[in-house]
Ligand binder design. Sequence first.
Ligand code: SAH
Length: 227
Amino acid sequence: MIAGVEKFDGIGMTSARTRARMVERLREQGIRDEAVLAAMNSVPRHIFVEEALAIRAYEDSPLPIGSGQTISQPYVVARMTELLRAGRPLHRVLEIGTGCGYQTAVLAMLADEVYTVERIASLVAKARRNLRALKLDNVRIKHGDGSTALGEDLSVDGILITAAAREVPSALLAHLNVGGRMVLPLAGRSDDDRSVQYLTVIEKTPDGVREHTYDAVRFVPLLPGLA
Ligand code: SAH
């Protein structure tokens, strides 16, 4: 489902030009997937940040969203989404770490269904408000701990984790169809590398998982339990 800018008429129009410039920058930074660029061109990022920060919403920087958490910079959102899609259409996607719901909205433009899990109750409420304002009806938000299996029958063709893990949360792989991909920031494994995280793709194949490592990034940690 890839809608044009008109979908959010009246919400994002004032910043349509600023957003188009952000997309041009993403292109220059090496994002190649046109579907991802179109999705990011149509989601009004400024409604996801505090009003005082809205003017900075299209800069390539992370911004605070409350409860000590941050919305990722546009390049990282684009890169993770591009790695998740790997050029294929997505049917059902699981996101761990809803935050303010911006990455969720981008996924909702690209997948038939998005199931997203957030451990902080106040952010669940914030994301619900934001996603309702955009009338995205293919998203389900759950207040839960997404560092482990979800205790329900859910199978997806992509899992995107937006908080940094020390180890691959392998219990979640039970939800992933064969041929599907998990994308996450994963801490480096050698002693002098543990404070650095790398965008990592885990591919589920018929004979096990394959791991690929990409850009160095900085994310808030994936934490257990509810808040
Ligand atoms: N994608 C978000 C980025 C949020 S930052 C956005 O666009 O705004 C990462 C989020 O992961 C935080 O909101 C944090 O509370 C959440 N998180 C951390 N550990 C989690 C867990 N175990 N389960 C669910 N959410 C978690």
